[in-house]
Design a protein. Structure first.
Length: 401
């Protein structure tokens, strides 16, 4: 199916093979049923012993999933050429953690990009460190070669970076890592495999917070790690002994979300760019942090590597303190105030980089505001933001920005 277009692949993914491990109950129904299970009953001792010898061959125990979870895993694997398999996790952050714990052991060193999702930084500082794994945070545009140590076991990539949207040179990082037999883990939540395939670029672990665009409707928490044949066995074992599993209702919702991922990303990416361009021309806006804009520092790499933009970006205000941003953020009609992103509804969030950057400059020269653009009509979103920026400007009286 990898020779078909992305939306054709999304329509077929996880449907052909997903049933092969379980009894074929599909009976013509398009989607898998939601199979709730902890105990699986075996007919006799011989059947139990046979299952024990090969627990991946069929239904075994609820923690190993049912055809509902298998269908989602198979679909995500099919989206990345050369991938060997996918495991599901109860959150995106749990997926990042599982990938790193598969690649490292005590005594190792890891490189984590300075613009990584903040809980990933916390995992390094609060968990890896006491377990004997040291971390160097590196600037997103750094040449990682000279930063590799004899005990470096993994490099965490996240591109574009969380909150500040720096684009990384993934092929260069992968080449440096492969030359030294270092594993690469990429948090690909912003792009999803539709806009960038980490596995096709040689990355070992492709991680997604399915909570965001794949779920797409702000109603589920889940993460996934897709990996290559080299790592698949170890990822499965480590994830299993860590006790990770997801419920079938959430897997069903994620699979349902996945079917329309292409359409939603197309629309949300295009609307996001329309809003970003409008913001660029606004007198209160100093900068828009969006790699699909031609004057963004990451634009050349973005155009080279990505199939298009998703709908998450930020902008920097020209003047004012954080307390002033309430005039913009409060009272918007179409932007909810809240964490997460990637749903069908637009969100706005003030961004604070101080304390979560140690290898790069935290200041972008003004207050940063992040937007997750939803499926509303961009003309309405722009009118809403225009009114908000008028309220913002009014706080400064006649003074010009
Ligand atoms: C949200 C997010 C995560 C974590 O996902 P959860 O499901 O909220 O745990 C990981 N990485 C990135 C880039 C994210 O934006």
């Amino acid at each position: 199916m990898t020779d078909h277009g992305p939306n054709t692949r999304l329509t077929h993914a996880g449907r052909a093979d997903a049933w092969t491990r379980g009894p074929d109950m599909a009976a013509g129904i398009v989607n898998p049923p939601v199979w709730h299970a902890s105990t699986i009953l075996f007919n006799d001792l011989a059947a139990l012993d046979a299952a024990r010898k090969n627990p991946d061959a069929g239904l075994y125990y609820g923690r190993r999933g049912t055809p509902t979870q298998w269908a989602l895993e198979a679909a995500l694997t099919e989206l990345e050429p050369e991938a060997a398999g996918t495991k599901l996790y109860p959150s995106g952050e749990a997926a990042v953690v599982a990938a790193l714990l598969t690649a490292v052991k005590a005594g190792d060193h890891v490189l984590i990009v300075d613009s990584a999702y903040e809980p990933t930084r916390s995992f390094a500082n609060r968990f890896l460190k006491p377990f004997g794994v040291t971390t160097t945070f590196y600037p997103p545009t750094a040449d990682v070669g000279p930063l590799l140590q004899d005990n470096t076991a993994a490099i965490l990539i996240e591109s574009p970076g969380s909150l500040s949207f720096e684009v990384q040179d993934v092929p260069a990082i992968v080449a440096a890592a492969q030359a030294r037999n270092v594993a690469t883990v990429m948090d690909n939540t912003w792009a999803t495999p539709l806009l960038f395939s980490p596995i096709a670029h040689g990355v070992d672990f492709s991680v997604q917070a399915l909570t965001k665009y794949t779920g797409g409707h702000s109603d589920l928490m889940m993460g996934s790690v897709t990996t290559t044949a080299k790592w698949w066995g170890r990822l499965k074992t480590r994830s299993y002994v860590l006790g990770y599993c997801v419920g079938p209702d959430d897997a069903y919702l994620a699979l349902r979300g996945l079917r329309t991922l292409g359409l939603r990303l197309d629309r949300q990416g295009a609307s996001g760019l329309t809003v970003a361009r409008w913001l660029q021309g606004h007198p209160e806006v100093a900068r828009v942090l969006h790699p699909a804009l031609p004057d963004d520092p990451g634009h050349a790499l973005f155009v080279r590597d990505f199939a298009g933009p998703s709908g998450l970006f930020a902008f920097v205000l020209r003047r004012g303190e954080r307390r002033h941003t309430a005039a913009l953020i409060d009272h918007l009609a179409h932007f909810g105030i809240g964490f997460s992103w990637g749903g069908y509804e637009s969100l706005i969030l003030p961004v604070e980089l101080a304390g979560i950057r140690t290898a790069t400059e935290a200041s972008k020269g003004g207050q940063i505001v992040r937007l997750s653009i939803g499926l509303e009509d961009p003309v309405d979103l722009i009118a809403d933001l225009a009114a908000g920026l008028d309220r913002y400007a009014a706080q400064f009286g006649e003074e010009q920005p």
